[in-house]
Design a protein around this ligand. Structure first.
Ligand code: NAG
Ligand code: NAG
Ligand code: NAG
Ligand code: NAG
Ligand code: NAG
Length: 555
């Protein structure tokens, strides 16, 4: 009996060693929020929207303080998946409209393809927004084993309809259903709340995952993008929303708060599921927002980029400085705020190396491997960071390698002032440390046993370190134009109030940044934005948004 038990245990140990060897490559989970502002996460100092799970992920892992994205969805997501600046792909301008024939170039390898080649099982839940004119453009033809979600830039939180009145062709007003599993429209799921549905599907992916293989799961939430035609801030229970967030005056901001909190709960569920499946001890989890909030205007979602200047689509900090947190037990240093300059294009080389890939395979990319930077809190490896060049609208920007001096050449037409709520007034509840400590994310991470015990003092210390409360006085709280260029010192002026372009002591800095920007201008692939193709009309496809063209497979 005892002998049998011993033998049995021995076999178990051998099996588990074996499977541990097989799955040495880390599981990679990327969770992306859409259009969510810097100040919409508790860890940045606002008390308005509870995000205990995302906060706990950051406090237990590494909070990336100088994590930059692109200014809008398509540019950001293209850079994420290719490790290139969007100017290399011609995707630097306006995001892809539903019905527009434009996509990630077919000859550029993308993250899911590259990870699949390393043996990963690859899954996308939620948004794609990288082109869908022909089948070859869509996620399951670009390296994802499965895709459950939508192809366009947005959809409805319940009805999953997307309408695109094209401003360049107002007579075209196309509306269609956009929720699919691979190529199959999911009519039967109409009415289910998007965040809950995407959460359920993400948990299913993890549940079904064969742990002999490493997992790559990308969850690209609809929250907090405005849905449908850009006016819907969908919540599952309006009365509950109004009660929970009664301290927020604006009814739309209340809805937004709820839909962000529900997304935060999904982050908790996903991490808890990884823990249940015993995958968490060998996982890397990265959460970030794809660009700043469009607080007001078309697609306005009432998000907040306070205290930064600028909305989504601008190159001010409010448009491009992203909220980013990463957790992995594989990180050597955790529980700290990383101040190194990190760009969204760095994610692919960073994760690819962690996955055991050879960086030479990635060819000519703009992203740099930041694994050591993050894991050991060592110096970053960037000599500069192109923010973007929009050659059609005439605005561009670049940062030096320390993330200190920022040169802007021109500005986007709107959204260049200060917006959004500070969330710090006495009318808001106080920060709920207990909910962070009791969150699903914290419980799962603490159950691994080798983590620093998260307590109020640690949280408070980290949160104080990261919070920006001391921007220069904002008596110049007006729009700013950089048509004769702007230079900001982000170390002393993160809110971009004081334009130093005429500062004689900074001539060298300015000339250096101008020269670097010019080099990027020369290398730029022009935008190929097209009008919406009337043949894409969902009416031709039983009411669904569907690939409408036959592409040449070679692109
Ligand atoms: C476009 O069509 C949708 C659905 O038919 C309708 O709800 C919406 O009001 C229309 N928008 C415009 C600008 O005509
Ligand atoms: C958007 O949809 C809402 C609700 O369905 C409707 O009231 C509004 O008129 C629509 N706006 C446009 C510009 O289509
Ligand atoms: C910089 O100098 C130019 C030329 O004298 C002037 O037109 C511009 O207003 C100045 N800009 C700032 C921000 O001081
Ligand atoms: C700044 O923008 C102007 C107008 O678009 C352009 O002519 C100029 O070359 C740009 N300068 C740099 C350094 O990119
Ligand atoms: C067409 O769309 C309807 C929903 O409007 C759906 O019930 C039906 O199954 C679809 N037909 C086909 C052939 O996909």
């Amino acid at each position: 009996m005892h002998l049998h038990l011993k033998l049995f245990l021995l076999i178990c140990v051998q099996i588990s060693t074996l499977s541990a060897e097989k799955s040495k490559q880390p599981n990679i989970v990327i969770i992306i929020a859409d259009d969510v502002g810097w100040n919409d996460f508790g860890l940045h100092g606002s008390n308005q929207i509870p995000t205990p799970n995302i906060d706990a992920l950051g406090y237990n892992g590494v909070i990336l303080d100088k994590f930059y994205t692109q200014q809008t969805c398509t540019p950001s997501r293209s850079s994420l998946l290719t490790a290139k600046y969007p100017i290399r792909l011609g995707l630097q301008g306006f995001p892809i409209w539903a019905g527009e024939n434009r996509a990630l170039p077919l000859d550029t390898p993308v993250m899911p393809e590259l990870l699949k080649d390393l043996g990963y099982s690859t899954h996308l839940v939620g948004k794609w927004h990288l082109g869908a004119a022909c089948n070859q453009n869509t996620p399951t033809m670009r390296g994802f084993d499965t895709h459950f979600g939508y192809l366009n830039g947005l959809t409805g939180y319940f009805r999953y309809t997307t309408s695109v009145p094209d401003p360049r062709n107002p007579s075209l007003n196309l509306t269609g259903f956009d929720l699919r599993d691979g190529f199959e429209p999911q009519w039967a799921l109409k009415g289910q709340y998007a965040t809950e549905l995407f959460n359920k599907k993400s948990l299913e992916v993890i549940d079904k995952h064969d742990t002999d293989k490493p997992l790559f799961l990308m969850v690209a939430h609809l929250a907090g993008h405005a849905g449908e035609n850009g006016t819907e801030l969908g919540v599952p229970d309006q009365a509950r929303t109004d009660k929970l967030y009664n301290y927020i005056a604006s009814p739309e901001r209340r809805q937004y708060a709820d839909l962000i909190n529900l997304m935060d709960q999904s982050v908790g569920d996903v991490v808890a599921k990884l823990s249940q499946k015993r995958m968490l001890d060998n996982s890397i989890i990265l959460f970030f927002s794809d660009n700043g909030a469009p607080t007001t205007g078309k697609f306005g979602n009432y998000g907040s980029g306070w205290p930064f200047r600028g909305l989504k689509a601008t190159l001010f900090e409010g448009g491009v400085r992203g909220t980013g947190v990463i957790y992995s037990p594989l990180l050597i240093q955790k529980n700290y705020v990383n101040r190194q300059l990190i760009h969204i294009s760095d994610i692919l080389p960073t994760l690819y190396r962690a996955a055991g890939g050879n960086l030479d395979k990635l060819g000519n990319i703009d992203g740099v491997d930041q694994w050591d930077t993050i894991s050991t809190n060592s110096a970053g490896t960037r000599s500069e960071m192109l923010i973007n060049i929009d050659e059609k609208l005439g605005y561009s920007g670049i940062l030096d390698g320390e993330g200190r001096f920022k040169l802007l050449n021109g500005t986007y037409s709107i959204g260049n002032s200060f917006y959004g709520e500070d969330g710090r007034g006495l009318d808001n509840p106080s920060y709920d440390y207990e909910s962070v400590i009791k969150s699903n994310v914290n419980a799962a991470i603490q159950s691994l046993g080798n983590s620093v015990h998260l307590e109020e003092a640690i949280i408070d210390d980290l949160r104080t370190t990261i919070t920006l409360d001391d921007c220069k006085t904002k008596d110049q709280e007006t729009s700013i134009k950089c048509d004769k260029m702007c230079l900001f010192d982000l170390w002393s002026d993160p809110c971009e109030v004081e334009n130093l372009i005429n500062e004689s002591t900074l001539t060298d800095v300015i000339d250096d940044l101008k020269a670097k920007l010019d080099k990027f201008v020369e290398a730029l692939v022009p935008q190929k934005n097209r009008a919406i193709d009337p043949r894409s009309d969902p009416v031709n496809f039983n009411g669904t948004w569907s690939p409408w063209l036959k592409c040449d497979v070679t692109g």
